[in-house]
Design a protein around this ligand. Structure first.
Ligand code: PEP
Length: 249
């Protein structure tokens, strides 16, 4: 049985006080005996968040990290730095970084590989744009994104990678994929892995992301191949995120 996993992606939102309030509510409200939970916060808040979530079993993650160990990379943050401040997870391939920071499939593969080498669990994000879906290319796009990482790290490495399917047209738009659309994509992703390694495919945690909220979480996560959620907007409302975690059980 795959254990449900629900992650909050706070993006570039929040401040010390609001983060502390959310962390306290998450720690008090999420039953981590039944669901794994993680919070991906802006780099400057990771240290404080690790303290705030200490003893709660809720993991802390960074929204990105550089592939280099150290050096002349002004403004960047290394994997050892995020690890030192308590991170166990890192997002790779989020569509906002693919689009706004020009992160190609190759860059995403390298970031995923170096995170694994550093002992940090990558939450590797994939998903098609509306144009790609409407032109019938959803499967080709997600297969291309996945194969770029498999080519770099090998399929067995996915025993330590979480995949997040996030259709770009559903992120931050209020438009959620229907449970059928999401399940269809997740089944395709799992079957793509199954062709390479049945055991990895069976154990692979695949999250859905894209305007998930308390009202639609149960139906989405109730689908056979959906193992949890990566939640943006709704993760900044304590009751919403706690309810999504409860719905995942
Ligand atoms: C995300 O950014 O990963 C995301 C899923 O955002 P939202 O829930 O706001 O669509």
């Amino acid at each position: 049985m795959r254990r449900p996993f629900v992650a909050a992606n706070w993006k570039m939102n929040g401040d010390l006080a609001s983060n502390a309030n959310l962390a306290q509510a998450f720690a008090a409200g999420i039953d981590t005996s039944k669901v794994d939970a993680a919070v991906f916060a802006p780099h400057v808040y990771l240290s404080a968040l690790s303290e705030q979530l200490k003893g709660s079993k809720i993991s802390v993650g960074a929204q990105t990290a550089n592939t280099a160990a150290s050096g002349a990379f002004t403004g960047e943050t290394s994997l050892s730095m995020i690890k030192e401040v308590g991170c166990t997870h890192v997002l790779t391939g989020h569509s906002e970084r693919r689009v706004m920071n020009g992160e190609t499939d190759e860059v995403v593969a390298e970031k995923t590989a170096t995170a694994l080498e550093a002992g940090i669990t990558p939450v590797f994000c994939i998903g098609e744009t509306l144009e790609e879906r409407e032109s019938g290319n959803m499967e080709a796009v997600v297969a291309r994104q996945i194969n770029a990482v498999i080519d770099r790290v090998g399929v067995e490495a996915f025993a330590n990678i979480i995949v997040a399917y996030e259709p770009v047209w559903a992120i931050g738009t209020g438009v959620t994929a229907s449970a059928e659309q999401a399940q269809e994509a997740h089944a395709f992703i799992r079957q793509l892995f199954a062709q390479k390694n049945a055991d990895v495919a069976e154990k692979l945690i695949i999250l859905y992301g894209g305007s998930m909220k308390a009202a639609n979480a149960k139906e989405l996560i109730g689908q056979p191949d959906i193992d949890g959620g990566l939640v943006g907007g709704a993760s900044m409302i304590a009751e919403e995120f706690v309810a999504i975690c409860a719905a995942a059980v």
